[in-house]
Design a protein. Structure first.
Lengths: 224, 423
């Protein structure tokens, strides 16, 4: 699966690419709008990560060009300007998602995989990890074809962890993913802990192996 | 005290002193002049009298005649000098006035005169103006003068302050109403008075320059916050990669977590500063109909699981309320109020949210404030030492209320903090 990162901050691009490559994505990079324009015409990508403010032009122009050429690449807009205007404009122009800086790389990764799934399987898809199957359309998780009753937060948590399988995901990233702005209210991550505990319990009660590892109080890792 | 009152006071004081001093001075000088006049006419009279007497050669029994004369005449006495040889002299004396039947001041001229080789003492007197009456008359005149002067000055002063100082008060009122972040600039009216025009020009210049600096400052804060987002993103992404290292030790892992939490704090601070400056810069202008009741319920239900952890109960009494406002701002407003309530509720406490009419009330049980309740809405004022709190939440609440003209109030009673907002 091919991803194009359009972003002028070299250090950020390096980290993003490093993280995404672990998920065995192929990452190509464009540091300028002109480079990006060239690449989107020549190749098709599963997902494009697009920074709006580029040194030689507005990223929204690239988005327009994509749509003009009937390209169906998934696009996630990444911007430092957390303004509603840009978000609305971007989504109206056909972007699939919007992420404002700064962001957690597991969050980026989860969004990228969500878009790729949607594009590849037309939304009608399932995530499978060993005995676990998640039906994204019906929002149902099952273990060995047996439905596991999960709360919305537990369901979101499971998808987030599977999307970042084999990688350490920090408690902060999980808290932000599950609660957005409300995350700042949480002290000492009791909140995350209780959700993880409940999810683990429900999965193991359904006969699922324990894939959720605790990493030194730093976070969790979903791994076989 | 007004400037004109000060000058009026000095003017009045000066005229009062002048008038008061003028009373004795004028009495004295008038009396001097009168005395001189009287003396002159006395001298004239006595000369004429002597001339006449000397020409009456036919008078036989002079002594008898003079006696009779002395009896009859009112103002002139003539007596044999009986050895007293007085020099010609003027004097002022109090004498009994037989006509008015009271003591009266007279001016006397005494001189010795030889009639038919016999020495006589001739005294001519003339009534003088009564001292008391003179003082009285002058006093009345001066009193009237004082009253007229004061009344005139007051009237003049009033009309002057109305007309002359009008442009000054205009400028002053504009300055009083001036708010750096709202008004465009001060536009004083043109006057023909150099000082006022000078003042107005200086004020316009000053406010324009202040406003320019203020706008630059505002822009700077927004730009700075924007520029910080990218390095923060780089920092966070490096941490995300670093924690993938399988050979991390436990202490390294906890350092990474601490770094991440610090980065998160910076991110929140930055986000809130950016939000504040965006509100300042009026960047939330899109208004729409918002079902406040529904929005509040949704936000509260998201918070429920977090409140449960601390055994905090959330009670709601929410009547339907729709307002026309900016969606982002209202969400931030409610979120910050709810967060604040939950954050400062002691464990097993209670948060209650009520919407009634156009009033939203958010109340929570908690310890009394240690800081001044006025300070609560200032930036970076924190109650307690919560690291998760940016100290900007309530400042943002206040800013949103101010910019949307909502009435925000806080009070504490019987262990309950109550914030209420009237939309």
């Amino acid at each position: 699966m091919k991803i194009l990162i359009i972003e002028d901050e070299k250090q950020l691009v390096k980290s993003m690419a490093q993280f995404l490559r672990q998920e065995s994505y192929v990452c190509e990079i464009a540091y300028t709008a002109s480079e990006a324009n060239e690449k989107i015409l020549l190749f098709d990508y599963d997902c494009i990560l697009l920074d709006i403010s580029l040194p030689d032009g507005n990223g929204l122009k690239i988005l327009e060009k994509l749509k003009d050429n009937n390209k169906s690449d998934g696009v996630i807009i990444i911007t430092a300007k957390n303004s509603l205007d840009d978000r609305v404009k971007g989504l109206n122009l056909g972007a699939d998602d919007y992420l404002s800086k700064p962001f957690y790389l597991p969050e980026l990764s989860a969004r990228v995989s969500a878009i790729i799934r949607r594009k590849r399987f037309d939304g009608n898809n399932k995530i499978c990890f060993r005995e676990i199957t998640v039906d994204l359309l019906g929002k149902i998780a099952s273990v060995n074809d047996q439905t596991v009753e999960l709360t919305r937060k537990e369901y979101d948590l499971l998808i987030f962890l599977i999307s970042n399988k084999n990688r350490v995901v920090s408690k902060n990233a999980i808290a932000e993913h599950l609660s957005g702005d409300d995350a700042e209210l949480m002290d000492k991550f009791d909140f995350i802990y209780s959700h993880i505990k409940n999810l683990k319990k429900k999965l193991s009660e359904s006969g699922c192996e324990d894939y959720i590892r605790t990493v030194y109080g730093l976070g969790y890792k979903f791994t076989a | 005290m007004r400037l004109l009152q000060v000058s009026l006071r000095s003017l009045l004081l000066y005229s009062l002193i002048l008038v008061l001093v003028s009373i004795p001075v004028s009495i004295f000088s008038i009396r001097e002049i009168l005395n001189e006049e009287v003396d002159e006419s006395l001298a004239l009279h006595s000369d004429q009298f002597i001339k006449h007497i000397k020409s009456y050669e036919y008078l036989e029994d002079l002594e008898m005649d003079l006696k009779i004369w002395d009896q009859l005449s009112y103002d002139i006495t003539i007596k044999p000098s009986e050895g007293v040889n007085a020099v010609k002299q003027y004097q002022t004396v109090l004498q009994y006035d037989s006509i008015e039947q009271e003591l009266h001041r007279f001016r006397l001229l005494t001189s010795s005169v030889d009639i038919k080789n016999k020495p006589y003492l001739l005294t001519i007197r003339m009534s003088l103006v009564d001292n008391d009456e003179l003082v009285m008359a002058l006093g009345i005149v001066q009193a009237v003068l004082i009253v007229l002067l004061a009344a005139g000055l007051l009237l003049l002063n009033r009309s002057l302050s109305r007309k002359l100082w009008k442009p000054f008060y205009n400028t002053l009122n504009q300055l009083k109403a001036y708010e750096l972040d709202k008004n465009e600039s001060i536009k004083p009216e043109k006057t023909n008075i150099i000082e006022f025009d000078d003042l107005n020009k200086t004020i316009s210049h000053l406010t324009d320059r202040n406003r320019k600096v203020f706008l630059q400052q505002k822009e700077f804060i927004e730009n700075a916050s924007h520029e910080l987002q990218t390095p923060l993103a780089i920092f966070q992404s490096k941490l995300d990669n670093l924690m993938q290292n399988p050979s991390l030790s436990e202490s390294e892992a906890s350092t990474i977590l601490e770094l991440e939490q610090t980065a998160q704090r910076m991110t929140r601070l930055n986000k809130n500063l950016l939000l504040l400056s965006k509100i300042d810069n009026d960047q939330f202008t899109d208004l729409e109909e918002i079902e406040l009741s529904q929005l509040a319920s949704t936000l509260l239900s998201n918070l429920k699981s977090m409140a449960d952890l601390e055994k905090i109960s959330i009670q709601t009494t929410i009547d339907p309320l729709t307002i026309k406002a900016n969606q982002t701002l209202i969400e931030v407003l409610l979120t910050n109020l709810f967060h604040n309530a939950i954050r400062h509720t002691t464990s097993t406490g209670k948060v209650s949210v009520e919407i009634k009419g156009r009033v939203l009330k958010v109340a929570n049980t908690g310890n009394p404030l240690t800081m001044d309740s006025d300070k609560m809405f200032e930036r970076f004022s924190k109650e307690g030492r919560s690291e998760n709190s940016s100290g900007l939440g309530l400042a943002i609440v206040k800013k949103i209320c101010d910019s949307s003209a909502y009435k925000l109030s806080y009070h504490f009673q019987e262990g309950i903090h109550i914030f209420s907002i009237t939309f």
